[in-house]
Write a protein that binds this ligand. Structure first.
Ligand code: SF4
Ligand code: SF4
Length: 217
């Protein structure tokens, strides 16, 4: 399953973001950050206790089932009183949840987490980025392995000179993406694709912010 992968900001940074704000509502997310253990109920309770030690008043707390969902509105309604007493909402969700909350309440929504990447759960507690959504997919030419994401240098035209026995020169625990691509293409009888030259990546495939409008009737 694809998840929004996060890490907690250093507590000092959270305090800095909350400077001048004394009454805080705390909200986690029941999906991605619960899974990453960055914003589920145990982390929300721990944050509440740490904020309390620093003299902050936690007016209320909750874990929204899906913080990036528009139904966040209902969760806010359920805690109306606690929100009305707060000066800010500290969000222990990914950035999608922060932005959703920001639209729902008239209070500043402050992120307690950094959103790192959209990743796939590869096993218990293990999340790997598999696609950076570059907008110009080359998987059809690289044996289904993404060099943009899996190679530390994002190389499109074969390996750098640092490949070492199939491991990456930047992270020796990590397989070299281009070695994996080579082995996969060999297995598929498509090694000729290794000789295909890829043009420089077009970084302007979709102007930011990305927007798709389907021509619906
Ligand atoms: S090339 Fe890689 S980053 Fe780009 S769309 Fe394909 S899988 Fe995603
Ligand atoms: S060793 Fe392989 S994965 Fe690492 S930077 Fe070079 S080509 Fe990319």
């Amino acid at each position: 399953m694809i998840r929004s992968i996060t890490k907690q900001k250093p507590f000092e940074e959270v305090l800095e973001l909350l400077s001048g704000l004394d009454r805080i509502f705390l909200a986690g997310c029941g999906t991605c950050t619960t899974l990453c253990r960055t914003g589920g109920m145990p982390e929300v309770l721990e944050m509440a206790s740490k904020l309390g030690e620093k003299g902050k008043i936690v007016t209320g707390q909750m874990v929204i089932p899906v913080a990036c969902d528009e139904l966040t509105h209902e969760a806010v309604e359920d805690h109306k009183q606690a929100f009305s007493e707060a000066e800010a909402v500290l969000m222990m969700s990914c950035a999608y949840g922060v932005q959703t909350m920001s639209k729902q309440v008239g209070l500043p929504a402050i992120p307690a987490l950094d959103t790192l990447f959209v990743g796939k759960e590869m096993g218990l507690g293990r999340f790997d980025e598999v696609c950076t959504q570059c907008g110009s997919c080359v998987l059809g030419l690289t044996g289904g392995i993404c060099p943009v994401t899996a190679c530390h240098k994002g190389l499109l035209n074969g390996p750098c000179g640092g490949t070492n026995n199939g491991k990456c020169e930047i992270d020796s625990d990590k397989d070299c993406a281009w070695t994996l691509i080579y082995l996969k293409l060999k297995e598929q009888g498509k090694l000729d694709l290794m000789r295909k030259y890829h043009d420089l990546r077009n970084h302007n495939v979709e102007p930011k912010p990305g927007k798709i409008r389907l021509p619906l009737e």
